[in-house]
Ligand binder design. Structure first.
Ligand code: BGC
Length: 467
């Protein structure tokens, strides 16, 4: 990350590229967060019961899973840049349509469209940036992207807060998203296609020219060596298919990536992000106060992501992952106890807020950034983009499963039972991380592969240390 920030200081084009990619992360975060506040009013205005509310929240996630698949294909065909321009336009249409929705069906349809754009942002934004950032700054960009996601969530909470007393409030909350959509579509028009995509499409001269611009002022840059690396990794990846991920060399790594993807969602993080005001309202607060208190959850998320960025290299990914997940498991138990004992809700409603804050802090120092970071670190370069696309889709599907069932679960097994269930899943997550997830900081791909028992990968790139 620090290396990444140093690069930003020296190269104007990389700054622009990073800022525009950050809009992709913001957009992902904004839509994740905005629905939490909007839901309180949509519920009344459009007469939405539990099932309809879950549909409004989760249809975006199905869209996002589809978006991550389609964009993997489009990014190869028409370039990462043009895919992002299209996704910006789809995003504008989705945001406007949701804001103007006259009934639930229309809202659900446009939320799906929005999802396509959000899924694209979650996959193509880090991909675009990793192909333009200097090699040694690549690790930092992933954390940078996660930071943008949390800032997006916070902005959405602020917007919810600002519009809560305005008439037609939920329409404004959803409609404001047009702004990052426009910024993304226009911004992407001003940045180049990535050198890797250009080489893949036999446009070597343009690739060299773009790399020279991207590495201007960088005394350590070696454009020829970078071009050679790009060629080599394209050659190694030629003809490989998604099913090659299941080969003996990569399978143990894929299991780790999928485990991280699924557990990141199964600990229930997005029930907190989407339903925080709804949860707080159940403690007896009115909608206004619930939205106000939710702001503290958003602020904590951003602050602790910054803490993670500062600590991930020093303490290692594994320690933060395991400690963070233990902490969030304990706060889930606290939430369960709180909702289980009726008298506590009367006498000490603040306990719910404290539990939510501790929960999100623990997620933000561990599972939040570590999942995205590890899937960019553990796979061999030749299969990396396929593996990242599969794990990203798994993450969205798991997100869907949890969000689509939260309200139904709370009425079937009570709120307390639901949080106990997530706590149980976080115990499984800790065991999985403990037993399967290797440390990746400061390690080469070969070391990681031999630690997890993957067959040595002859085609792996030379020992590249991660920091
Ligand atoms: C997760 C999102 C979540 C966000 C919260 C991300 O890493 O993938 O599902 O909403 O963190 O900060």
């Amino acid at each position: 990350m620090l290396e990444f920030l140093r690069t930003l200081r020296t190269n104007g084009l990389v700054v622009r590229v990073a800022a525009i990619a950050a809009i992709g992360g913001l957009l992902f975060g904004y839509d994740t967060g905005v629905i939490s506040g909007a839901l309180l009013y949509i519920k009344k205005d459009l007469n939405a019961g539990s099932f309809a509310q879950e549909a409004v929240v989760s249809v975006l996630l199905i869209g996002a899973a589809c978006g991550a698949v389609i964009s993997g294909y489009l990014a190869d065909r028409i370039s990462r840049r043009d895919t992002k321009i299209i996704s910006g336009c789809v995003y504008i249409a989705g945001a406007l349509g949701s804001a103007l929705a006259t009934d639930l069906a229309m809202l659900i349809g446009f939320r799906f469209l929005l999802g396509l754009a959000v899924g694209t942002a979650s996959f193509v934004a880090p991909m675009y940036i990793s192909e333009v950032a200097p090699p040694r700054a690549r690790g930092g960009l992933t954390s940078f992207n996660q930071l943008a996601v949390t800032v997006g969530i916070l902005i959405s909470y602020l917007v919810n807060y600002a519009f809560k007393d305005v008439s037609g409030n939920w329409r404004w909350m959803l409609g404001v998203a047009v702004i990052p959509g426009v910024a993304l579509a226009i911004g992407m028009l001003t940045v180049p296609k990535t050198p890797r995509w250009l080489v893949e499409h036999h446009r070597e001269d343009e690739a060299r020219e773009v790399l020279l611009r991207l590495r201007a002022n960088d005394p350590d840059a070696d454009v020829d060596a970078e071009l050679r690396d790009i060629h080599d990794s394209i050659e190694e990846g030629r003809g490989l298919r998604v099913r090659d991920l299941w080969g003996a060399r990569v399978r143990p790594l894929l299991v780790i990536g999928l485990g991280l993807a699924i557990f990141q969602q199964f600990v229930g993080v997005n029930t907190v992000i989407y339903y925080a005001p709804t949860i707080l309202q159940k403690t007896g607060l009115n909608a206004d106060t619930a939205i106000t208190q939710t702001l503290s959850v958003g602020i904590t998320n951003v602050l602790f992501t910054v803490v993670a960025i500062l600590l991930l290299d020093r303490l290692g990914r594994r320690a933060l992952l395991i400690l963070g997940t233990v902490g969030l498991g304990l706060s889930l138990v606290l939430l369960a106890v709180f909702f289980g004992i009726g008298s506590l809700q009367q006498s000490d409603p603040w306990i719910a807020l404290v539990a939510l804050i501790v929960y999100i802090a623990c997620f933000a120092v561990g599972l939040g950034p570590v999942f995205w970071l590890m899937i960019s670190e553990i796979f061999p370069q030749r299969l990396r983009s396929k593996a990242m696309s599969v794990t990203t889709v798994a993450n969205w599907l798991a997100n869907f499963l949890v969000s689509a069932t939260f309200l139904t679960l709370t009425s079937a097994i009570s709120r307390s039972g639901t949080f106990i269930l997530y706590a149980g899943l976080s115990v499984l997550a800790v065991l999985f991380f403990w037993l399967r997830v290797p440390e990746t900081a400061g390690r080469s791909l070969e070391q990681i592969q031999s630690e997890v028992g993957a067959e040595r990968d002859e085609a792996a790139e030379p020992a590249e240390r991660r920091s």
